[in-house]
Ligand binder design. Sequence first.
Ligand code: ADP
Length: 914
Amino acid sequence: MDSACGPPPEMADRREELTPMMGQYHDLCARYDDAIVLFQVGDFYETFCGAAERTARLLELTLTSREDSTGEYPMTGIPVDNAASYIDDLLEAGYRVAVADQVEEPGESPGVVERAVTRVITPGTLTEDELLASDDNNFVAALARTDDTHGLALLDVSTGDFLATSSTSSEAIADEISRFAPAEAIVGPGVDGALAPEACMVTPFDESVFERERAGELLADYFGDPDSLLAGDAEVRACGALLAYAEYARGGVEEDEDADSDGTIETGTQTTRLEYLTHLTRYDPREYLLLDAVALRSLELFEPRAVYGREEATLFGVLDETSSALGGRKLRDWLRRPLLEPARIDARLDAVEALTGDVRTREELTDLLRDVYDLERLIGRISRERANARDLRSLRDTLAVVPELRDRLEGVRDECDRLETLHANLDPLSDVRELIEDGLVADPPIEITEGGVIAEGYDDDLDELRETARDGKRWIDDLEESERERTGIDSLSVGYNSVHGYYIEVTNPNLESVPENYQRRQTLKNSERFVTPELKKREDEIVGAEERADEREYELFCEIRREIAAAVERVQGLASAVATLDALVSLSTVAAQYDYCRPEVIGRDEPRTLEIEGGRHPVVERTQESFVPNGARFADDRRLGIITGPNMSGKSTYMRQVAQIALLAQVGSFVPARSVRLTPLERIFTRVGASDDIAGGRSTFMVEMDELATILEEADERSLVLLDEVGRGTSTADGLAIAQAITEHLHDEVGATTLFATHHHPLTELTDDLEAAFTLHFETTQEDGEVVFHHDIAPGAADGSYGVSVATAAGVPEPVVERSRELVAEAGAESATERAGAGDGETAATDDAMTAADDATTGTTDAPSATDDATTATADGGDVPTDVAAELRALDLAHLTPVEALTELDRLKRLLEE
Ligand code: ADP
């Protein structure tokens, strides 16, 4: 185990000898032995021994030491007031952090100050505002498994968003996880942690929380009968375990539980309930357009493509005109999960249309939404009793906006159901608002234990205490005047300092006139300070009353906070309405500003349609001055487009824009086009650009084949497939063979809506045989010796020798260009002969497939054939296990597609490596 976590070895074997404080530290380390324990000592969180050495190095802090009767211990401190950024660094270094706060005032009880872990901070369970991106969720995931099903639960502890799903396909689960990009995951028995994306920290946790019975009970405690809420045991296990983990992170685990020894964390029996987790939403991945990790990336949903390099150069970036963090998160969720049902899509589109048409309403709503605080995180903090008075003020200010939002919606709400419902759901929560207005001063301080928080007139006891204090102060204020009169010393003054309290000051020349009841307190250079018994008495009264007033204020504040916490569901309902409104306003702002049109979404049972007129790439059009619109038209009998054209002519932009326009339409957004009509897509697959899996140690070619295998296996008529230059990582002949075989397969077997951009010019001839295939191309012209890109797509294939034209334009000498033209012509003739010689019908297809299989193997391994490759492995690596050999022998090469052959090879290779 890491030397920074767990009880320090130099303490562990002599626990009984330690001082009470170090004993306490030791025990907390033993209890939270998977975390670095930050141990509050006054204004600092201290770490000792191995943890101190590690934190000092990581955080570049000074390593000091603490000495007591039992020894000297290395020590590093983090200031309590400024801990967040240090904690962030510890999380980044892969640690969990258990914050052990002093939970009583020093001296409150005999012996050492009591400390308890008040929260365990992990990457997935952050609630600190400073550590969270405001317009993004921060999810923690749990994965559970029953025989054939994976259950996935996702929770944002800071907002209370809680989702569950399951699938019998582990790929589908991996896709769902990558949609939500959780920061952290816990996994149950039998689950492969590699299902989580690389950026997600997979942490070990007590596996017993995944047990069906235990998980079910905990869930029932929060949400009622889990079986009526969820589909199947895998979901119940995942959700229950995740709840247990969230409770653990909340802190408050019971003290007498034994710390375990196997490096995982045991949960205690008593944890703190998370009252603000009021909803658990179960969903089926099939309700949404499925986007796997590859598509999320290549369609630039949230991550910019390196070429543009600008943060906002993403689909989210161009759509995000939200005013509040709530709206930003809602919009992200919509983009993550585009819809399939036309009715649901139209409900959003109706609202966007209504708001797009009414500039004034939209702008006023935008202005108002700017004043909306993050209600979800606010109520989360209120419920966890971590909210301060400023948080309540923020809540009050936000609630004050709600009636105005309702007013503004008045004019548009009857234009569609969605806005009508939103209007109804904008509950101004007047009771909560009044409670805060009556209870708190208008501008309270952050600190809630030092008074000045509760309003005058809210509580009689408090008012009385304050009156006593004020009375005393008035008496003191008058004292100067009355004592001057009584003593005749004109320069006499009354003052206050924090050490000695109130005093009467008399300068040296007047000391003789000091009355008898003055008692000397302090001698200064030119004066003496005195008190009188009466002054002392008044002072005690003031201090006593003020102290009690502060305590009373704190009590009242906590009461108010609890009372608001009881309204958690209503606040969350309001938050959701505001978030939706903000997201809709954002979509309509973008629609109006960038000239988007409303897409027409037709029934899922209708024949496949995807018609775009004058479409633009939503991201690229924002990054450059002018953009050439291009259309697209797909139907059942026109479903596979082969695109040719020189580099930089716009092929990949075009393909992505087609996918992005469809995706935006299904989000319920207007789209960058003149008109769009479509049947909803169920999946989008992309094989775009070289997405080298360098970290995974696989070659570009292997990655490409892997992605292709997935596409060919899983795509269907309701999928959109984008292929960009497939078969580049190998020789031209292999590449062409693979590309052709894939095109045929997609056309004949898969039937997906497909766009295939290629440099393999002969591919365009395929459209003669494939009845639903067609060609598109980008042209370039030359003007004054310069190549001009028109970015204008046209039917038909590009002139195959465009590379040569570009060479001419670039000033390559004429003889070289001439020779190139000859070679191009020869190559064209050869490929035509090959094709003619291949015969027709089935034989040709099989032959092609065979060639492709062989070539593909060559591309990856340089071995002449699949079988030979295996033989080579024998020579280098000892015997081929009999099962692998048997599988190889049983392979029916004549009936494998190239991709199947490759996949099979890859699988067998893995078997050998195991
Ligand atoms: P290809 O895939 O053919 O190599 P890209 O799609 O990458 O070409 O386009 C190259 C560049 O051309 C893009 O980065 C963009 O700046 C510009 N471009 C592409 N399509 C258009 C268009 N329709 N209108 C204007 N510029 C475009």
